[in-house]
Design a protein around this ligand. Structure first.
Ligand code: HEC
Length: 133
């Protein structure tokens, strides 16, 4: 090979390395690593929700420690049956308490607000008639 071309080829290869290097650096700088995108949560695609399949589970997990059976921590308010829960749907306190609206005590007391998907699930069940299904 003609010796005169060697430096040019080397220089070109160096340039390519440099370009690739800085491209990688700048791309990694823009890497979008929000945890919920890297580890996607179950998407919230709720369009129907039933008491037995969806709502009672959310209440059991988040509310029953205070609002079921003989628990005294819930000021005597029970939410562990369809009939009991429906009372608080009807008077608006269920959604106000979990949405933190209406100026009433926010629920779960001393806990994290329910996920927007859990709230949407309960709202969907109510919108569909608050059925004992
Ligand atoms: C750590 C115990 C605790 C947990 C968990 C809890 N609550 Fe409560 N809840 C209370 C207490 C105590 C009251 C009475 C609040 C007051 O009068 O200040 C209350 C009151 C309520 C009320 C009546 C609000 C009003 O206007 O008087 C509703 C409705 C309610 N809770 C719903 C829920 C729901 C739904 C959950 C679960 C998402 C939940 N709570 C979780 C302790 C709890």
């Amino acid at each position: 090979m003609d010796k005169r071309w060697m430096p040019t080829i080397k220089t070109t290869i160096m340039r390519i390395y440099i370009i690739v290097f800085f491209t990688l650096i700048s791309l990694s700088g823009c890497y979008y690593d929000h945890a919920n995108l890297v580890y996607p949560q179950v998407p919230c695609t709720i369009t129907t929700a039933t008491y037995s399949q969806n709502v009672s589970g959310i209440i059991t997990t988040n509310c029953s420690s205070c609002h079921s059976g003989n628990a005294s921590a819930g000021a005597g308010i029970k939410l562990d049956s369809y009939t009991a829960l429906k009372t608080y749907v009807s008077n608006g306190q269920l959604m106000n308490s979990i949405n933190h609206t209406g100026g009433i005590p926010v629920m779960p007391q001393n806990g994290q607000k329910l996920s927007s998907c859990d709230i949407k699930t309960i709202q969907t069940w109510i919108d569909n008639g608050t059925l004992n299904n």
